[in-house]
Design a protein around this ligand. Structure first.
Ligand SMILES: NC(=O)c1ccc[n+]([C@@H]2O[C@H](COP(=O)([O-])OP(=O)(O)OC[C@H]3O[C@@H](n4cnc5c(N)ncnc54)[C@H](OP(=O)(O)O)[C@@H]3O)[C@@H](O)[C@H]2O)c1
Length: 250
């Protein structure tokens, strides 16, 4: 796909991978519509992309809410003229045992991490159908391929995202829409500190830099239409957690 002047919607864009993806796409000449809930943090992130020369606009949106997602995609089309690419990076899901996973906790994890990507896909599909092209990139996880201790709802959401991606890939093929999954393992984003992980410098050094995930997004959308790349797994070369699946393993 020729990238210059294309329009990308990126969720979870206010920090971590979503922000790195926004920076990378912006630097490649793609106009970036950046989505997250907290408007102040989102405004700062938009500024970071602009300072690197990217064209970006913030659209405060809760991806759990269909009405907000539908409205935002309309606003993006009004602002930038179209949507060519949608990247789903938003998620919610701190570590929790099965006992700590209350019904509300379960719903919040699934609604943000699985229903959000479905809502974004549902909202951009009419635009893609009309154009006869489009790209959806879902940020999956190693937790969508294996089970992890204390991550019940998160694993369920990420395994679900694998299924959603596969189904969308089949259904949207006839409109020349590609659906890619990029599945990183432990990546150095603010999430780890937020949920209380005490990481040593050695552990951080073993994590995937978020820029690698952003480069994978840029690479996959650069590939020609006649090539299908269902999934790009990106794993740690050495396990940061020495025999454990994560620092949250009990
Ligand atoms: N970090 C890792 O080690 C790792 C490993 C494998 C896969 N992943 C995946 O990579 C992606 C990015 O992870 P990350 O570590 O970069 O995340 P992060 O640093 O925790 O950032 C999460 C982003 O999602 C936004 N968000 C949360 N709930 C939202 C909602 N309801 N509506 C809209 N936006 C919402 C947050 O902004 P607001 O709170 O302001 O809304 C924030 O911008 C996720 O899909 C995650 O599952 C991460």
């Amino acid at each position: 796909m020729e990238l210059l002047g294309k329009v990308a919607v990126v969720t979870g864009a206010s920090r971590g991978m979503g922000l790195e993806i926004s920076k990378t796409l912006g630097q490649a000449g793609i106009k970036v519509a950046m989505l997250a809930r907290d408007p102040d943090r989102l405004a700062k992130a938009v500024q970071e992309v602009r300072e690197l020369g990217g064209e970006a606009e913030g659209f405060p949106t809760d991806v759990r809410e269909w009405d907000q997602v539908e409205r935002t995609i309309k606003d993006v089309v009004a602002r930038f003229g179209t949507v060519d690419i949608a990247v789903n990076a938003a998620f919610w899901g701190p570590p929790a045992s099965i006992a700590e996973t209350t019904p509300e906790f379960w719903d919040c994890t699934i609604d943000t991490t699985l229903k959000g990507p479905f809502f974004i896909a549902r909202a951009v599909t009419p635009v893609f159908q009309q154009k006869g092209s489009g790209r959806i990139i879902n940020i999956g996880s190693l937790a969508g391929k294996v089970g992890e201790d204390n991550r019940t709802a998160y694993c369920a959401a990420k395994w679900g995202l694998e299924g959603l991606s596969a189904a969308l890939r089949e259904e949207l093929k006839k409109y020349n829409v590609h659906v890619n999954l990029i599945s990183p393992a432990a990546t150095d984003t603010p999430w780890w500190r937020e949920v209380g992980a005490e990481l040593t410098p050695e552990q951080i050094a073993r994590m995937i830099p978020p820029q690698v995930v952003a480069s994978a997004v840029l690479w996959v959308i650069s590939q020609p239409d006649n090539v299908s790349i269902p999934d790009i797994p990106i794993f740690n070369f050495r396990n940061p957690f020495e025999g454990k699946g994560s620092p949250f393993e009990s």
